[in-house]
Design a protein around this ligand. Sequence first.
Ligand SMILES: Cc1ncc(COP(=O)(O)O)c(C=O)c1O
Length: 459
Amino acid sequence: MNTNASSEFEFSFLDEGFSARDIVEQKINESSSTDDRDAFYVCDLGDVLKKHLRWVRALPRITPFYAVKCNDSRAVVATLASLGTGFDCASKTEIQLVQSLGVDPSRIIYANPCKQVSQIKYASAHGVQMMTFDSEVELMKVARCHENAKLVLRIATDDSKAMCRLSVKFGAQLKACRGLLERAKDLGLDVVGVSFHVGSGCTDPQTYSQAIADARCVFDMGVELDFNMDLLDIGGGFPGSDDAELKFEEITVVINTALDKYFPPDAGVKVIAEPGRFYVASAYTLVVNIIAKKVLMDDDSSSDEDEGTSDRTLMYYVNDGVYGSFNCILYDHAHCLPILHKKPKPDETMYPCSIWGPTCDGLDRIVEQCDLPDLQVGDWLVFENMGAYTVAASSTFNGFQRPDMHYVMSRHVWQHVQEINIKGLPSPAEMTSAFEMVACCSRSTCLELPSKQCQTRVV
Ligand SMILES: Cc1ncc(COP(=O)(O)O)c(C=O)c1O
């Protein structure tokens, strides 16, 4: 493996035939010979490219504007910038990050309906025109501070079945939309389209269909008021890994059907989306080390023995927790379960276990109950699908530092990213072979496959 620091970010090339999983194994081996067994991440940037090709294949009409809030690592943002995606920024700092990579302001939507005045001014001064709103007060702020704004009206959705609801906070009700559009007209503002978000971790594809139909109604209101409505933004909500309840392609079929019905290709409407989780969740693997352990004996173990089950409960303490990467348990309703690094023997006894983070807070619990073998201090646990809403919101509470980050990419993938950057995406005819080439760059894992009891699931 050698390091490439010449680009916008540092990453290591994978040796021919090696995958990100091999790097996990290698890093574990390196640190197992020392006492320095800090938690670490391996991020496979090839997985981000794979997701992009999957997106383009399934949603050819929709330009993704990656939601930076989901994971603002420079490596991820720079990779997506090279691939030509747009960006959904929530703040001045995210706009700065994206623009520092040379992204044109036309590839940015400031998709926060409630913005600080100084940050609207920043967007204006830096050429970012597209921005969302859902209230009259926001319109008045924009009228004062941004004369070239291209406004997108965010509407509420029925996100009651999503893992993380957003329409409780954002989105105008349909009955309020005409009034808002009329107010925008009075203020001399330019409304160009409609956006929505079905909630993060969507479990019902019909929510997209209904929201696209609602967006059509609001488009028609805008057209009646003489706005040049030409942008539909269908937000995020797509799954980040294939173990999610609802598969990406199950959603995309519904979206494409609804788009064809309400916004057919000849309608002249540009369709964008703001996927976050989809692009990054599965690229990141987090590896933590057991730093402490407690054994709790059952008071009445006789009945347990009769059942052939254990007489003890094990508590494992690891070196990352809910104040760090596992903040996704609190904020993103994630359920994280580990994969064992050491292969258990076929007849190995499993114990009811809980897994805790390193801080002194009782809230810092990663897993309340799972079955694991009798592990030792110094053993490793692996958590997959840890790229979304993890590193972006982690803290160093109690002085625990964030895990080291190792970005990797195969040479094939790197060449592919460069080619797309220069020549654009492969033609539809070349897409399948590009997809297969990138998919086969990730060889099967050296790690023990998850047993049924300890499969990782991050929704
Ligand atoms: C406005 C907006 N767009 C996009 C996203 C990304 O959503 P997801 O990660 O579900 O794709 C979010 C997430 O909170 C959001 O608030």
